[in-house]
Design a protein around this ligand. Structure first.
Ligand code: NAD
Length: 531
């Protein structure tokens, strides 16, 4: 069934979506026997389309297919060259498998380029972020593909001389096999890209479970990747996608056939996943909750800083892991800075995320809005004083729009230690840099942080050992201003994961440490007669 009666949804057909969709791509075919769910638009709470989720049986069938596809992907370069009459050519090809996989990832990037507008529009429609952010998310996947293609030409091991005579030490990096990827609703496409592009060039198969409330993005993204695999005659089982909730996520976490689980989501669920993976001695890559701060020094470029704080606090309606939720302003400029910020908040256009002049879209779901409203009440009960927005200022019931809020509160209040997922900004003043750094570091999470200053002493203190304790430590750009190729990932309760960045590929591979004896003697077990 198509979207004939709903012309505004016809673009979904170009992404291979229909009014009802199979939510499992396993073993190269779309087949799902789980429950039927409606994907709702956050802007209207109206259904967009129906998805039949994957069941545990679908999961098992897909995993078996993935296991048998593993070798053909690890050794993808062999096909077509195996019967080469020139042995030396075959040898050279064996030495360079990753660039062949890189070529497939390059084609995946091109396929995303062709679908940039439509997929970005779907992300905006189903997740609720504004259109430019939806398109920007697809661009991140394209950038990750480019990054991974380059990486595929530099993956290598190390050869070291041994201290023993006639011995050599080698580090050989091999694929892990299957990488499980579990993702959050707020980046329904980009996070898959951060993981899958690198996992694939490293020679792994990928099994992906997206968020249960963004299944259409999962399906459309998978169709783009599956199309490239199929056009190249590769098994579709190299990439598996299963729409579903916690049950499928737990199956991935507990599955000893999956040596690495990359989990992106809340710290609470991340901890559960980590326990399951650890209990079977698997590896976990965790990208969890943030509670990010911006520090504005008295020598900062104020117009740069105000613009950055606004973008970091209300972009994606405050539903980014890197959203700025805590603002520390030097006491000498506090009053002036906060006045400017409150004035800017007054001009924010909250509304339909697909309209080009909207700056703040809705929260993702009615549950998100309820959690945000409860959070505002908790803030008020712990002494918070709202400078704009606050309790009772959210829009009409039945809609997911909320008013971006700024609040003054003691930095010791319990609410300040938690991530409230929405456009909420706590503001504080400080006297010294040390005090600001101590407050920045005083929460359990350690994802992103930024400072605005012109002083090089301040910058190097901030990024050094006694500065910010976060994984992302920015200067004069917002907390959510990181670039692809920079390492993602935070410290402390944010999980310590590292995606993208110069050495992230090592997470997706297994290092074999090899000692090779090319002589004829073994200087061990001396004095024993073996004859
Ligand atoms: P969530 O933790 O509720 O869900 C994340 C994923 O886990 C979903 O796919 C969900 O279905 C799955 N899941 C739920 N229970 C599970 C279980 N028991 N076992 C296995 N999987 C399970 O998170 P969310 O609400 O979708 O996303 C918002 C959170 O994600 C925020 O805390 C945000 O900061 C964080 N996030 C972090 C990053 C990062 O890079 N650090 C990026 C995006 C989002």
């Amino acid at each position: 069934m198509d979207f004939g009666s709903r012309p505004e949804l016809r673009f979904l057909e170009d992404l291979g979506l229909q009014a009802t969709n199979q939510g499992c791509y396993g073993g190269g075919e779309w087949r799902a026997g789980g429950k039927s769910v409606s994907s709702l638009s956050p802007a209207s709470n109206q259904p967009i389309a129906t998805v039949i989720e994957g069941s545990l049986e679908d999961y098992e069938r897909s995993l078996k297919a993935c296991e048998s596809a593993r070798e053909s992907w690890m050794l993808v370069c062999f096909s077509g060259f195996l019967f080469s009459p020139i042995l030396i050519q075959s040898f050279i090809v064996r030495q360079t498998p990753a660039p062949k996989r890189g070529e497939i990832v390059r084609q995946i990037g091109d396929a995303f380029r062709k679908n940039l507008e439509n997929l970005g529009r779907l992300i905006s429609l189903e997740m609720g972020k504004i259109l430019v952010e939806g398109i920007g998310e697809v661009q991140e996947v394209i950038d990750m593909c480019d990054f991974a293609v380059g990486l595929s030409r530099q993956l290598s091991g190390l050869i070291l001389p041994s201290e023993r005579p006639n011995h050599m030490m080698m580090e050989v990096w091999n694929p892990l096999g299957i990488v499980g990827v579990i993702t959050a609703f707020n980046f329904p496409c980009a996070v898959l890209g951060w993981n899958a592009c690198i996992a694939l060039v490293c020679g792994n198969c990928v099994v992906w479970k997206g968020a249960p409330t963004t299944p259409l993005v999962s399906i459309a993204t998978t169709k783009i990747i599956a199309g490239v695999l199929e056009r190249n005659g590769l098994p579709g089982a190299i990439f598996t996608c299963i729409c579903g909730g916690a049950e499928i996520g737990e199956a991935v976490a507990k599955d000893s056939r999956i040596p690495l689980v990359s989990f992106t989501g809340s710290s609470k669920v991340g901890q559960i996943v980590q326990c399951h993976v650890n209990s079977r001695f698997g590896k976990c890559l965790l990208e969890l909750s943030g509670n990010n701060a911006i520090v504005v020094m008295d020598d900062a470029d104020l117009s740069l800083a105000v613009r950055s704080v606004l973008f970091a606090a209300v972009g994606t309606a405050g539903q980014r892991c890197t959203t700025c939720r805590r603002l520390f302003v030097h006491q000498a400029i506090y009053k002036d800075f906060i006045e400017k910020l409150v004035t800017a908040y007054g001009q924010l256009k909250v509304g339909d995320p697909l309209k080009h002049d909207t700056l703040v879209g809705p929260l993702h779901s009615s549950q998100s809005k309820q959690a945000f409203e409860q959070g505002l009440e908790a803030i008020a009960s712990q002494g918070g004083k709202f400078l704009t927005g606050g309790v009772g200022t959210t829009t009409s019931p039945g809609e997911n729009y909320v008013t971006p809020s700024i609040v003054e509160i003691s930095h010791d209040a319990d609410v300040v230690k938690e991530e409230l997922f929405g456009p909420l900004l706590y503001v504080f003043q400080f006297k010294t840099l040390d005090e600001a750094i101590a407050m920045n570091n005083s929460v359990p999470q350690g994802l992103s942080s930024s400072i605005f200053t012109k002083s090089h002493e301040t910058i190097f203190k901030w990024i050094g050992p006694t500065g910010s304790d976060c994984g992302i430590v920015n200067v004069n750009i917002p907390t959510n201003g990181a670039e692809i190729g920079g390492a993602f990932g935070g410290e402390k309760a944010t999980g310590g994961g590292r995606e993208a960045g110069s050495d992230s590929w090592k997470q997706y591979m297994h290092r074999a440490t090899c000692t090779i004896n090319y002589g004829k003697t073994l200087p061990l077990a001396q004095g024993i007669n073996f004859n």
